[in-house]
Design a protein around this ligand. Structure first.
Ligand code: FES
Ligand SMILES: [Fe+2]
Length: 382
């Protein structure tokens, strides 16, 4: 049995925000340490999730795991992205350790070849003539689509849940350049997405490289619900004091800042000042219940050379994401030690509770259209 809250004085905490959801997703504050939440998002496996960036899919096959399903990605003979279950039907070697030959994937053990639809195209050494393809020799092909510089897959049975994957901001638009980044994240998708869209921790954990001004200033936030998306629009936010702020405006000013969650697992952060615009598109694809993979593309429109933007943005991102990963690893270790989540929210935990609630609704198959919650106003010191 976990210790009771009164043993460590937790019962003094009477604050409840937002109101309890009543479905065990981590919003309820009581005097107990019993876990109230669960971190699995397995109910979203039928949705489109980013498996790789398009530029990662070159000549070699790419092995990824999405919702515990091993997937091998490669380009077929037409150049289209293909996704197969990463298991050779012959002796169960991962196909991702093989190689690509003329748009087919060749197993590294005995050289069986498969096309983008999973059909067996060659069995080296087999004297029998004719088409080598047989039902049992085939590999399951997964729904795959390529858009906005990402390769998306839907691994859950009966998928995909939506016709199109979510759209990224700025990617492929005139005047924008992009830089990509892929990183393993030692926490579940919901924790990682909340972290990406959580402003209060940036002034504290990332003090120095990102935020952390000497005197905090009040910023008004409007939370808007948009079907399978939810966004927070920050008003009156001065240019943040770190490197990103200097790239946006060396002379200061007030930025337009929007944080957005788009189902099933996309976090978007946009900073805009005049014609200058930085848009981070961060896909947090579940690897399993406990971890995910960040596959990100930052699109930017800045009047500086590409080399400067890259040499500034990527190292900064790695520092910040390293700090985040350390906290996410510790968070998940603690959650598991206590047998589940038990979170306390305040109004400045702006998007996290809403995202959890939206994801749980989507997992239950509840429609996101129709009456949406009214906009909400929050003030935080940043
Ligand atoms: S295990 Fe793949 S060809 Fe034999
Ligand atoms: Fe962070």
């Amino acid at each position: 049995m976990p210790p009771t809250a009164s043993a460590i004085g937790d019962a003094r905490t009477g604050w409840q925000y937002p109101p309890p959801m009543g479905d065990g997703d981590g919003d309820v504050v009581t005097g107990s340490l019993e876990p109230t939440g669960r971190f699995s998002t397995a109910g979203l496996s039928r949705w489109w999730h980013a498996a790789a960036r398009s530029d990662e899919l070159a000549r070699a096959p790419l092995g990824r795991v999405v919702f515990d399903v091993p997937v091998v990605l490669f380009r077929d003979a037409s150049g289209a992205a293909a996704a197969l279950v990463d298991r050779c039907p012959h002796r169960n070697v991962p196909l991702s350790v093989g190689r690509c030959v003329h748009g087919q994937i060749e197993c590294g053990y005995h050289g069986w070849r498969f096309d983008g639809a999973g059909r067996c195209c060659a069995v080296p050494g087999l004297a029998e003539r004719g088409d080598p393809d047989r039902g049992a020799r085939r590999v399951a092909a997964l729904p795959v689509v390529e858009s906005d510089g990402m390769v998306w897959v839907a691994v859950g049975a009966g998928g995909p849940a939506t016709a199109e994957p979510p759209r990224l901001v700025g990617v492929g638009e005139p005047g924008y350049r992009t830089v990509g980044l892929t990183l393993d994240v030692p926490g579940p998708m919901l924790a990682a997405v909340e972290n990406a869209l959580d402003v209060p921790h940036t002034s504290f954990l990332h003090r120095g490289p990102f935020r952390g001004r000497a005197e905090r200033v009040p910023v008004g936030v409007t939370v808007r619900h948009r079907g399978d998306a939810i966004e927070a629009v920050f008003e009156g936010e001065p240019v943040p004091p770190g490197l990103i702020g200097r790239l946006l405006s060396p002379d200061g000013g007030v930025v337009e800042h929007t944080d957005r969650f788009v189902a099933p697992a996309l976090a978007q952060v946009e900073y805009r000042l005049g014609s200058r615009h930085i848009a981070l598109n961060a896909c947090y694809t579940p690897v399993d219940d406990r971890s995910c993979r960040l596959i990100a593309i930052a699109a930017y429109r800045l009047p500086i050379p590409e080399s400067v933007a890259r040499s500034a943005l990527l190292p900064l991102a790695r520092v910040i994401l390293g700090q985040d990963n350390r906290m996410l690893r510790l968070q998940q270790q603690t959650v598991e030690r206590f047998g589940g989540e038990r979170f306390v929210h305040t109004p400045i935990d702006v998007l996290g509770p809403h995202i959890t609630r939206l994801v749980r609704r989507l997992e239950r198959g509840e429609a996101t259209s129709g009456a949406l919650p009214a906009d909400e106003q929050v003030t935080l010191l940043t």
